[in-house]
Structure formats: structure tokens, C-alpha cells
Design a protein around this ligand. Sequence first.
Ligand SMILES: [Zn+2]
Length: 397
Amino acid sequence: MAVVKHPTGNPTVLRQLRYGNVERVLQVLRRQGPSSRADVATATGLSRTTLSGIVGQLLADGVVTEEPAGPPSGRGRPVHRLTLNPRSAQAVGIEVGRERITVAIANAAHEVTASAGTHHAQRSGAREQAGAAMELLRDLAAREGIDLAGLGGVGIGTPGPGDTTDRRQAVADAVSEALDVPVLADNNTRLAALGEAIWGAARGAGDALHLTLSYGIGGGLVAGGLLFRGAQGAAGELGHISVDAEGPRCWCGGHGCLEQVAAVPALLRAAGRRSWERFTEAFAAGAGTERAVVDRAALAVGRALAAASSTANPRRIVLGGEVAELGPVFLGRVEGAFRRYTATRVHRGVELVPAALGERSGALGALALVFHESPLLAGYATAEAVAPQEDTAIHAS
Ligand SMILES: [Zn+2]
């Protein structure tokens, strides 16, 4: 489970039910397009009074607009239609990475309407990072003419293993306080896996493995279109599969982890270089040392992916991060090793592809997390399954 932070402690049942009704109205507009109040009432089963209250709030927050559908016919009043306002934000995704903060905004139609990124000082505290993210978000919204008043949830990705870290919790607390909305937070690479599965290179794959080969190696596992976390939130940590029985001890407690062989610092160490820029230049120019180092890393990555694929049987494997950006030569070597070390039945149906979302993947994954798991936004799906007549539930007592 991700870190969940509510602005006022636990959300009351009433608040959840209310937002469940709001989300029910938005879903009708999402599915049917512009609709009259009468159509929305029929589709949702909400009473006139309840619907009127919800629409009034949505209009006030700028989430929907209401316009006459055409000239009045005869003596009747013109029919008005409710439409989702594409410039209103329903969810925000934030990645606070090691060196970069990225934010993305989506509207109630679940369309990503804006995104932006900025560098930040690596050693800044959680409060400063949250403050920088808020400043970036507000500047972006102002520049793009996006209204944040109807915001229903925020997702946050930060580095660090497992379900939670102190820093992740502190960033989530500060953002929740600043925006007064529920916040969900998780590991940023895991969210990149989800982002690529919803909007990027693993779109439509359903079951996918994601590997980010950067200064560390992180991964994520998406099963049936949803994040798979495991018992302690460590599922998909592909960087810590052991690929060398005699290898050095890793900070994670294991030995010979993939991260110790194929992350940027390992490649620099093996090639005797200090700068990644110089390394990539030499590699591109065909330098023997760099080519050999990359070949060895690709072999290890392919073997680790083979082991993971025999467990998870993904349809697609997405590779991102600086090392994957070495290009087709590297990816080809990984694929060759992968196919050598997997059973035919597993590797026949799997595709290895480069990541598609670049620096936005974590923030987009954080957006997807809100839509999938926010207690307010996603609560509707549960409420629908359990109690379709929620309108009466509020008045039951
Ligand atoms: Zn490790």
C-alpha cells in the first residue's frame, strides 16, 4: 500500500460518499459527453436536490460549464448542457527525483493537460522540495490557464525502497497541507512503470515489467494494468536480483546485485571514467573498453530480466534510464541475452521496448496512481460495486 495522507486525518464516510456522487456525475459526462441535467439524473439515479447541490459546486469550482445547447424551440426554455471543463485540474502527479522535480496535471476527462519540470538541489529538505513542487505547479497552472479549485487528489513519487520512507512521508504531508486534498505517495520508479503502462511504451500490454537503468536500478511490475507491490512493497525491485554469486555486497544487504554491475556508477568504475558524458561519447565512437563494459552489463540485465520473466510472464518489458538511452546496440545485446536465458514459451510472446515518456514518466505514473487508488476519486468504483443506491445511503439515518 502506498503512503496515504488525508488533509484532515481520516476522511469521513460522508466526505467519501459526497465525492463518490461527484465522481459519479463526472463519469457520466466523461462517458456521454455534454449532457443535460435530466440526462445526468437518469444516468446516476441521483435525486434532483442532490444533483443540484453537486452541479452547483462543480460550476463554482469551474470543473464543469453549462451552456445552452441551441436556440430555444417554441415556448420551451432552452436546453442547457453540462460539459467537463478541459482547463480544470482533477488530479496532479508529482515526481521529486534525485535531481529533478516534475509535475503533471490531468483534467476530469483524465487527459493530461500540462506538465513541467525543474532541477532542484539534491540536498534540500523535504519541506523545501514540497515547496518547490508547489511553486512549479502554481506557475504551470497560471501559465496554462488551469484552475486548481476542483482538485480531487495528488500522487507523489520519490526515490527510496519499499512502501514508505521518512522523506516520502514528509513530502506527502507538506503537499497535502498546502493543497488540502488527499495525497498518495510511492516509489518513483514503480510509478514510472505505471505511467508507461497507462500512457507510454507498455500501453495496452496489461502485464509489464519496467526497468530503469540509471545511477541506481529500479523496477516495477504492472499486473492487469495495476501496480503490483508485494507483501512489503518490494515487488519489481529488479535492480537487486543477484547476477554475480561472488559479487560485491550491495547496500540493500544482498550480494552481486544487478545495480552493482549495470548502473551508471558501475559502468564508470569498470571503464575507469568519471563522467557519464565522456563515457557515452567514447561508447558512441566505438571505444573497445566502453563497448566491453556495456556488453557485460547488457548480459547481466538480460539474465535478470529472464529470471523475472519466468516468474511474471510479462507481455512487454520496458527499459528506461541513462544506460538504456545508450540506444539500439545496448538494447539489442540485452534482448539477445534475454532470449538465450528464457524458456521459449516465455520469451516467444514478450517484446522489449525502450521507455517512451522520458522525464515525465514518474509524474504521469503518480497521476495514474490517483485515478486508480485515491480514496476519493477511485472510491466511486468501490461504492458502485457495493451500494448502487448511495443517494439513499446518505439519508438513511
Ligand atoms: Zn542490492
